[in-house]
Design a protein around this ligand. Structure first.
Ligand code: CP
Length: 316
């Protein structure tokens, strides 16, 4: 997917991490790191986006992404519109593009869009005015670039050298935009040992993603430095293809026993929302190796970095 780079490779929109390249990803991570404030610490605020209006258009459910874009935009001084899609004219059949053009007419500068169909964000990016930016906040199974950035930032905070890391992504990879964006980011940053661990039916097609396939979880996660657990995405599955949750947990759940076969200082990640007792046990999710809430915290910093960068780069 094309992020519509302008002027010496500057980002115009953020649609995907695919092809973005190590230097641009590292620059976004460095910028995000400067915005990180752990709970209880004082947060960085600025006027960088004063006078800018950011609209959150979420055609699929979200807690983390939508809230963190709102918090990020407000910390940078922007006005934020959270359109309630269920109460919007989308419910009367208005197209996404007409909704966007309507809000553009009200001086919205940035559209943060989540949609269940592929290509919507790219189509909108093609049609908006030159001063308007589009950020992909989750696109079907295909892209979730700010999640990929926050995952890479979280890993870098614990494991600064990407080259020698062993990283396992475990679970419903076939339907996961989180996995695709994580692979785009980690491969660009130099991770060579990327493992995709899932039942055969939930692995991606061979040519679709970088990474070695495993259908045995113990084998796939053994000695890994990073284990990223994924949710079973029932909403993207046909009825009848949804795995039995107890059996799934036994074969592909991260539990206390499996914590013993990864590296002693390994981190366990999950993008949320979690299905506790399915892909991850309570003991692991709430245990010392879990960095799940750090991921959430880093999400605000990453979205501040993305918004600040896109707004700096936009045409007058
Ligand atoms: N990780 C993630 O995208 O979470 P939300 O669906 O809550 O935004």
């Amino acid at each position: 997917m094309n992020n519509r780079l302008i002027d010496a490779g500057k980002l115009r929109h953020l649609l995907s991490l695919d092809g973005l390249g190590r230097a641009r990803i590292t620059a976004l991570l460095d910028r995000a790191q400067a915005f990180v404030a752990r709970p209880g610490e004082s947060v960085t605020t600025s006027d960088a986006l004063r006078g800018v209006t950011v609209a959150n258009l979420f055609f699929e459910a979200s807690t983390r992404t939508r809230a963190s874009f709102e918090i990020a935009a407000k910390r940078l001084g922007a006005n934020v519109l959270n359109l309630d899609i269920n109460l919007s004219s989308a419910a009367k059949g208005e197209t996404v593009l007409d909704t966007v053009h309507t809000l553009e007419a009200m001086n919205v500068d940035v559209f943060v869009i989540r949609h269940s169909e592929t290509g919507v964000q790219e189509m909108i990016a093609d049609k908006v005015a030159p001063h308007v930016a589009v950020v992909n906040a989750g696109e079907a199974h295909a892209n979730h670039p700010t999640q990929g950035l926050l995952d890479a930032l979280t890993i870098r905070q614990h494991k600064p050298e990407f080259e020698n890391l062993r990283v396992a992504i475990v679970g419903d990879i076939r339907h996961s935009r989180v996995a695709r964006s994580a692979v785009h980011a980690l491969a660009a940053l130099g991770v060579e040992d990327l493992r995709l661990v899932a039942p055969k039916a939930l692995l991606p097609a061979d040519e679709e993603m970088t990474g070695k396939h495993f259908t045995d979880m113990d084998e796939g996660i053994r000695d890994c430095d990073v284990v990223m657990m994924l949710r079973i995405q029932k909403e993207r599955m046909r009825e009848g293809s949804i795995p039995d949750t107890l059996e799934y947990h036994q074969k592909f759940g991260m539990d206390e026993r499996r914590q013993e076969i990864i590296q002693p200082d390994a981190i366990v990640m999950h993008p949320g929302p979690m299905n506790r007792g399915v892909e991850i046990s309570d003991a692991v999710a709430d245990g010392p190796r879990s960095v799940i809430l750090e991921q959430v915290n880093n999400g605000v910093a990453v979205r501040m970095a993305v918004l600040a960068t896109l707004l700096e780069n936009r045409s007058a």
